[in-house]
Design a protein around this ligand. Sequence first.
Ligand SMILES: O=P(O)(O)OC[C@H]1O[C@H](OP(=O)(O)OP(=O)(O)O)[C@H](O)[C@@H]1O
Ligand SMILES: O=c1cc[nH]c(=O)[nH]1
Ligand SMILES: [Mg+2]
Length: 214
Amino acid sequence: MIFDLSKTNSIANTFVAEMRDETIQKDSMRFRRNLERLGEFFAYEISKSLTYTEIETQTPLGIAKSKVLKQQPVLATILRAGLPMQQGLLNVFDKADCAFITAYRKTKKSGDFIIQMEHISAPDLEGKTVILADPMLATGLSMVLCAKELINRYKIEKLHIVAAIASTEGVKHVRANLPKANLWLGAIDEEMTSKSYIVPGLGDAGDLAFGVKA
Ligand SMILES: O=P(O)(O)OC[C@H]1O[C@H](OP(=O)(O)OP(=O)(O)O)[C@H](O)[C@@H]1O
Ligand SMILES: O=c1cc[nH]c(=O)[nH]1
Ligand SMILES: [Mg+2]
């Protein structure tokens, strides 16, 4: 399943437009906050697909029946650019546990890059719904490598992948390698540069959120 936010009019598309805008994105606090707001929005959308259980709540005046989330998902992210979106997801799934994966593009002398995954810090994901967030799905190599590592380590019940901007190639790569995962995307862009940056994209999400990496 692919959910493409840009296909439906909503205020969330304004967050994506602000993140892309070369002037507005210079305000790193606003950039992070827009990623966070997008995380909140996707949390709400994903919540519609989760399982609920009926409870009775004692109000001051009587008993109310409500349907509440049966089990919190685990919120995973890829450092560092994924942190603000994960925070947005956590604002909504406010009792969720979190997982952190350290992975980055390591550029070789030739200009090619490999994805260097160094560390995973996660709770037990056995039988859990996992939401894995990273703002940029460019080649999709980081996402697939990290998701596969989680899947190999734990018997995950369901995987949701969240990205602010994806490339067509990245979506294809994820669909081919993680066919059971649901994809929640802010927008899908057609092109990439020779260095695999999404076009028009927004630039380097990690640098915009946290400063240019030396
Ligand atoms: O789909 P891919 O081609 O693998 O590229 C996407 C990855 O690149 C960015 O991270 P980056 O490696 O720049 O690290 P950062 O989060 O520290 O900026 C982004 O946040 C993804 O993790
Ligand atoms: O376009 C891209 C590709 C990878 N990482 C980013 O931050 N942006
Ligand atoms: Mg990264």
